[in-house]
Every structure is written in structure tokens, then in C-alpha cells.
Design a binder for this molecule. Structure first.
Ligand code: NAD
Ligand code: UDX
Length: 459
């Protein structure tokens, strides 16, 4: 079977870039991305490509190439489903905030809504692809909903988790380490293999059973996050012993069995995936009665929370045990560089801790809006929206952020921070001028020379 029309439900950080690349690489397939969020769809359709809702290097070029040719963005979900022979589900699967499994399990209500909508809108046979990250055995629930419609329409379910990282999404999609496809029906699996084979070498397209594919995604994220927590655990020991965590990372990373990637000590990992997916893995293990397995993976989160708190505590302690009334400038709010995404960003939690110590905070991030910064703080519910606006300001110029600041904290590793005139920054700061580098981004020796009091994780 040859796929001619694809529908993707969910025009977010995954659905948008992933489907744009499929459309770019497969000009003979019509790809329609649908979403219930009208504002988001309008932004995807905006003629001004700087207004795309997702900031991702290279994305605007891909959209410019395919949009209007064989790539479309729409809010008409039913029509796109009815027309398609393959439907990707790429909606959000956040941690549950209510009921059983609150704070741990994945909230699957958006997935179930999609399944019901697909069941109702379909008049012809379809392949349904799980693109969202889902708990292992979700395909069973999807099957049950889709196979009981009585409409005579047949559905085959595939699992095709997405491994792209934000900030490098287009690179990752163009040249993936692997594409993973899990399924029971050989013909349906082959149809999706053929889509990817338009640009991905065949040996990098792995096929497995449904459950291995679903579980591999949670496992991959748990392993990656574990590396960050492992090196962050060592960073604290480095600070006490005179060892340097970058040197330790280099020394262990050159062992080919360990490998050099994902060993950068930081203020803690953020992003929409790691915490959510590990919590979900822990919940699944517990639901099967596997307490030790659950406990083992939970430590990755415990260590990450510790690292964020430790960074904030160190700022307070170093600044003579009080930041009350002091101005602290945050360089960066996004959870990593080259994205406008702030979900679970360490900056949010560090800010919250410092605000509780009565600091005032000024934020500069090249791609994050003031509304987003306030929305992130308001969401925590620690203080009222009015208090957040009184204590936190967001500026569009890094030098304004540094004006009369008692300290600068680097929360995101944006490249541009390295290029600033640090001499000028110091002149405008209160003295002693403190810099707390949560990303080990700046040159400590250069800043020391300029007269800053420079502190970096793991040194
Ligand atoms: P997102 O919140 O950016 O996008 C999800 C979109 O789905 C939203 O725009 C929302 O309006 C839409 N939506 C929800 N319910 C809908 C419905 N019933 N009909 C139509 N649209 C609906 O989320 P995301 O970051 O793109 O993540 C999507 C999935 O991909 C999640 O399961 C996530 O775990 C997984 N994932 C994310 C990443 C990442 O880096 N962000 C990477 C790999 C996998
Ligand atoms: C992650 C996975 O990498 C990706 O494969 C999956 O599809 C989605 O989840 P993402 O969350 O977009 O991607 O970014 P990632 O590059 O993994 O970074 C996650 C967090 O870990 C960031 O806050 C990053 O700054 C931090 N990190 C990463 C470190 O602190 N040190 C490192 O060495 C690597």
C-alpha cells in the first residue's frame, strides 16, 4: 500500500516540524496538520515566517518550501481525518494533574479524544500512527476504541515514537540515528517504512513489535536523563574536592563504552519530556508492583530537583546569605538554547526559590516572550500574578538586564551570551559583581580577570 494522504493531529513542537519534513521529503504525499488551537494554526499559516509558533533553526525554510504545495495547516480535523489514509496522533501527553496517578501518570485524555474522533470521522480504512510518547500498551486501548465502532472501517495501529530534540529538530529529522516503527500488520508497517525510506537509509529504520516500540521511547528518555543526573551528582562532589566536572566528563567520556555525549553538568535538565516520561515509567513500574524498578528511576528526578535547588541556595549563600531586595539578572529562560520552549525549564524553579527569598529578578531571553515568563511563574501558584509582575521584569536587551544588578545567573546556554561585552556589563553592575553560571558557558578565567566573582557548577 502506498500512502498518498497523511493527516497529523497536533501542530505542536513535534507534529509541526516532523510533518513539515515528511512533506518536504515526500512531495507526492499531501500532508495536513490539524489542531484545535486556532491561534496556533493561524501562526503556522502566517506569511511572516518569524511568527511560526515553534522556534527551531531551519524550520522556516522547510515550511517555506512545502507549505501550500503539499503541506497544509488546518483546524478542520474531521475532514483531514476522513481524507487521509494514514493518521498520526501527535497531541500532548502531559503528567496527570488530577485523580489516580496525579503527578506521575501520563494524562491520556487527549489521545482518547483523538481516537474517538478518528472513529467517528473515518469512512475508509486507515493506518493510525502513535507519534506522541505513550505508556507501553496504549495501542491496546486505541484498538479497543477503534475496533468497536461498528462502521466496518478497518484500522491498523503503529507506534512510531519521535526522538528529535528541540533546538536540533530539523537536523535530527533530516538525519536521524534511527527511525523506530512498531506494529503487528506487516503491510501497514511497510507503508510507513516506505514514507521514511524517501530520505532515511533503510538500515536505520528499525521495526519491532508494538510494545517494544512504545517502551523504547520512555526508556531512551530515562537513559538520557539519567546521564545528566549522574554527571550533575558528580558536579557537587567536584565542588567539594577541587576536581573539575568538565575534566571528569572528558576523562570518562573518552572511554568508548561510556561515550562523550550528554555529560554536560548543568543547573538541571528541563523540557517537556524527561521528567514527564520518567515519572510515567515509574508509575508504570509501580502499577506492575515493581517497587525497586520504580525507586531506581525515581532517583533521576530526585537528583535533578536537588540540582536546581542547590543552584539557587548557592546564590543566596554566596551573596552573604541574603538576596532580599537585590536585583538578580537571568540570562536565559528557555530549557535549552535554540528553542522558545520553556516547559519545565530549570529557570522557572530557580526564579521561584529566589523570589521566595525576596529577590527581584530581571529576565532576558532571545526567544521567550514576557507573557510566557509570567505564565510559567503564575502556573506554579507560589504567589499571585500581581506579585510575580511586581517582582519580575522581562527586558529585550541584555545590557538593560545587567544595569545595577547585584548578580547575573546564566540559565540557558544561548551562544550569544558568550559574545557580550562583559567589561561593559561589569561597569554597570553593583559590586562585587557576581556571575553564577548554570551552564558552564562563559570563560571563568576571562571573567575573573575582568574582576567578576565567577561561580560555575562543578568547579
Ligand atoms: P505540544 O503541546 O507542543 O503540541 C500538542 C498539540 O496537540 C497542541 O497544539 C494541542 O492544541 C493539540 N491537541 C491536543 N488535543 C487535540 C485534539 N483532540 N485535536 C487536535 N489537536 C489537539 O506537544 P509536543 O511537544 O508537540 O508533544 C507531543 C507529543 O510528542 C507528546 O506526547 C510528547 O511527549 C512527544 N514528544 C515530544 C518531544 C519534544 O521535544 N517536545 C519529542 C519527542 C516526543
Ligand atoms: C529530549 C530527548 O533528547 C529527545 O531524544 C526526545 O525526543 C525528547 O526529549 P529535549 O527535551 O528536546 O529532547 O532536549 P535535550 O537536548 O534532550 O535536553 C533536555 C535537557 O537536558 C535540557 O534542559 C538540557 O539543557 C539538559 N542537558 C542535556 C544537560 O543539562 N546536559 C547534557 O549534557 C544534555
Amino acid at each position: 500500500m502506498k500512502v498518498k494522504k497523511i493527516c497529523c493531529i497536533g501542530a505542536g513542537y513535534v507534529g509541526g516540524p516532523t510533518m513539515s519534513v515528511i512533506a518536504q521529503k515526500c512531495p507526492d504525499i499531501t500532508v495536513t496538520i490539524v489542531d484545535i488551537n486556532e491561534q496556533r494554526i493561524a501562526a503556522w499559516n502566517d506569511s511572516d515566517l518569524s511568527k511560526l509558533p515553534v522556534y527551531e533553526p531551519g524550520l522556516a525554510g522547510v515550511v517555506a518550501e512545502a507549505r501550500g504545495r503539499n503541506l497544509f495547516f488546518s483546524t478542520d480535523v474531521d475532514t483531514a481525518i476522513a481524507d487521509a489514509d494514514m493518521v498520526f496522533i501527535s497531541v500532548n501527553t502531559p503528567t496527570k494533574t488530577y485523580g489516580k496517578g496525579k503527578g506521575m501518570a501520563a494524562d491520556l485524555k487527549f489521545i482518547e479524544l483523538c481516537a474517538r474522533q478518528i472513529a467517528a470521522a473515518s469512512k475508509s480504512d486507515k493506518i493510525i500512527v502513535e507519534k506522541s510518547t505513550l505508556p507501553v500498551r496504549t495501542a491496546e486501548a486505541l484498538k479497543s476504541i477503534l475496533h468497536n465502532t461498528g462502521s466496518g472501517v478497518n484500522f491498523h495501529i503503529l507506534s512510531n515514537p519521535e526522538f528529535l530534540a528541540e533546538g536540533t529538530a530539523i537536523e535530527d529529522l533530516h538525519d536521524p540515528d534511527r527511525v523506530l516503527i512498531g506494529g503487528e500488520n506487516a503491510e501497514a508497517v511497510q507503508a510507513l517504512v516506505d514514507v521514511y525510506a524517501s530520505w532515511v537509509p533503510r538500515e536505520r529504520i528499525l521495526t519491532t513489535n508494538l510494545w517494544s516500540s512504545e517502551l523504547s521511547k520512555l526508556t531512551a528518555n530515562a537513559f538520557l536523563a539519567q546521564r545528566v543526573s549522574s554527571i550533575n551528582a558528580i558536579s557537587e562532589l567536584c565542588e567539594r574536592t577541587g576536581a573539575n566536572v568538565d575534566e571528569v566528563a572528558r576523562a570518562i567520556g573518552t572511554d568508548s563504552r561510556i561515550g562523550s555525549k550528554f555529560l554536560k553538568a548543568s543547573v538541571g535538565f528541563g523540557g517537556s519530556c524527561f521528567q514527564k516520561d520518567i515519572l510515567n515509567l515509574v508509575y508504570i513500574a509501580r502499577s506492575y508492583g515493581l517497587q525497586e524498578v520504580a525507586h531506581y528511576w525515581e532517583q533521576v528526578i530526585t537528583m535533578n530537583d536537588h540540582q536546581k535547588h542547590r543552584f539557587a541556595d548557592n546564590i543566596v549563600q554566596t551573596m552573604y546569605n541574603t538576596v532580599s531586595g537585590k536585583k538578580i539578572s537571568f540570562l536565559g529562560w528557555a530549557f535549552k538554547k535554540d528553542t522558545n520552549d520553556t516547559r519545565e525549564s530549570a529557570a522557572i524553579y530557580v526564579a521561584d526559590a529566589l523570589l521566595s527569598e525576596e529577590a527581584s529578578i530581571v529576565v532576558y531571553d532571545p526567544k521567550v516572550t514576557a507573557e510566557q515568563v509570567y505564565a510559567d511563574l503564575d502556573y506554579l501558584g507560589t504567589r499571585t500574578p500581581a506579585e510575580n509582575r511586581r517582582l519580575v521584569s522581562v527586558v529585550g536587551d541584555p545590557y538593560d538586564a545587567a544595569e545595577r544588578a547585584h548578580a547575573i545567573a546564566v540559565l540557558t546556554e544561548w551562544d550569544e551570551f558568550k559574545t557580550y561585552d562583559w567589561h561593559r556589563i561589569k561597569d554597570h553592575m553593583m559590586k562585587p559583581a557576581f556571575v553564577f553560571d548554570g551552564r558552564k558557558l562563559l570563560s571563568g578565567s576571562k571573567l575573573d580577570e575582568l574582576g567578576f566573582q565567577y561561580y560555575a557548577i562543578g568547579e
